[in-house]
Structures are given as C-alpha cells and as structure tokens.
Design a protein around this ligand. Structure first.
Ligand code: MF3
Ligand code: CO
Ligand code: CO
Length: 266
C-alpha cells in the first residue's frame, strides 16, 4: 500500500490535476441557466478539458460511462448521465462532478449549482451538504482517525434532519481514479486508518432531504433517492499536510481557505 503516501513529485502533479478540475467548475457556472440541456453542459466541459487544458475526462468510458462529466439534477444522487432531453429549469439544483486526468494523475471534485430562484429546502440542503464537507476538512491532520470524518459529517447532517447516503464513499486518488482508503460519510469505527502526511483522498458526502435509501436506474448509472426527495453533494480532493490539509480542488468562490491548519489536540 505504498501508493497511499504520495511522493513530492506526485503531489506536484496532483496539485495541477486538482486545480484543473476546479477550474472546470469555475468555468461552467456562467452557462448554467434555465433551458440549457445537461448534454450541452457536458459538451462545454469536455471541450474545455480537452482543448483548453490539454487533459482527459476520467469519466468518459470509465466502466462504460458514456459522457465526460456527471450531471445529477434534483432527486438524482450521483452519476447522472448528461442528455439532450434533460433541460434545466428555474428552481432545479444540479451537482456537476468533474474528474480529469492530467499527466497520468487524477483530480476529482463536484459542487451544487442552484438554477434561478430555488426553494428554501433546496438552499438549506445544499448549504448543509457543503458545511458537512467543510467541517470534516477542518479536522483532517496527521494522527487523526479516518472514522472522525464520517462521524462529523453524519452528526451535522442528522442534526439538521437530513440523511447521509451509505452506498457511496470518498476514496484515495492518484494515478488511479479510486484507490484505498475508502472514506465513509457516516460513523463506522471499522473505517479506522490513522491519517498520515502525504495521503491524498476525496471527501464527497451525498445528503438526502428525505430517507437515505437510493435506487440505481435501468441505465445502470443514474442513482436516485428511493423516496424521490432532493439530494445534494459536494466533493473535494485533499492532501494531508503536516498540520492540516490542502484542498487541491479549491475554487475561488469558496469561503474556506485553501490551506487549513488544525491546531487542536487529536
Ligand atoms: N466522480 C465520481 C466520484 O466522485 C465517479 C464518477 S464515475 C462515472 O468518484 F463513471 F460515473 F463518471
Ligand atoms: Co470521487
Ligand atoms: Co467525483
């Protein structure tokens, strides 16, 4: 499991991949208005990744995934397939998940976009999902036990009467899309690795407004909430540093620092 701790040169490449994935999310914001199709969003992101950034989409062809990004609208939890038929409308919430490969290394990140005027519930769901990610990021540092991440996310989400999806988790990332360790978004003491400087992984909680159960659709990819309630997700790729973590996929629109220093006792 030597690949779990990244070397200096790997970290340098992962910083570039992370920044690039974040820039796709920064770029796409201006295009997200009612009447755009998720296929058009896919095309704009694809062209930007390939032509402007000279990188590759990690999603396209991944276990047969047919598009370059995931677009998950309203009750879609994750892995929504961009389509000409799916047109955004005022009040929708959409998660756009970007994973790119640059110089053999992966960067993986997602955020929610709110289309026009949205409901109070939609806004609150997205806010709590992002806060749960941020609270967990603020804890990360060498010596911390991995299960604390899930514990923190679950506490914040359930305190606000939402639920955490159990079926999908964060993951180590590097020269491969999904590596060890698994990062659960709920408390499980068996998820108990001690974090070390140089680890790189994602945290990507999926939060439902109703029950936590999900269903995969017949297309083999699209995952929806079983009760058709709204779902929200935010994802970052992070590097464990000496005193905290660096958010490799940090964007300019974020109100959290790119470099977090955690001075608390473990
Ligand atoms: N980006 C997702 C993740 O965070 C995985 C998407 S796989 C795809 O791990 F094939 F659906 F693109
Ligand atoms: Co991921
Ligand atoms: Co992702």
């Amino acid at each position: 499991m030597s690949y779990i701790i990244k070397t200096k040169s790997e970290i340098k490449k992962m910083r570039i991949s992370g920044k690039l994935a974040a820039e796709v999310l920064e770029m796409i914001e201006q295009h997200l208005k009612p009447n755009i199709s998720t296929e058009d969003i896919n095309q704009i992101c694809h062209d930007y990744i390939v032509h402007q950034k000279k990188a590759t989409s990690a999603c396209l062809g991944y276990h047969g995934f047919p598009k370059s990004i995931c677009t998950s609208v309203n009750d879609v939890v994750c892995h929504g397939i961009p389509s000409k038929k799916k047109i955004l409308k005022e009040g929708d919430i959409i998660n756009i998940d970007i994973t790119i490969i640059k110089d053999c290394y992966y960067g993986d990140t997602s955020k929610m976009f709110l289309i026009g005027k949205t409901s109070i519930l939609s806004k609150r769901l997205c806010k709590i999902a992002q806060e749960s990610l941020y609270l967990s990021l603020k804890l990360v540092k060498p010596g911390m036990n991995l299960y604390k991440i899930g514990e923190t996310i679950q506490k914040h989400v359930e305190k606000n009467n939402f639920s955490v999806v159990r079926e999908y988790c964060g993951h180590g990332i590097g020269r491969r899309f999904h590596e060890e360790p698994h990062i659960l978004h709920y408390k499980n003491k068996e998820n108990n690795m001690i974090l070390k400087k140089g680890m790189i992984f994602t945290i990507e909680p999926m939060i439902n407004a109703g029950n936590p159960q999900v269903r995969c659709m017949k297309d083999g990819w699209t995952v929806k909430t079983k009760d058709r309630s709204l779902s929200a997700q935010y994802e970052h790729t992070i590097l464990v540093t000496e005193h905290g973590c660096d958010i490799l996929t940090w964007r300019k629109d974020e109100k959290i620092s790119q470099k977090l220093f955690n001075k608390n006792e473990i």
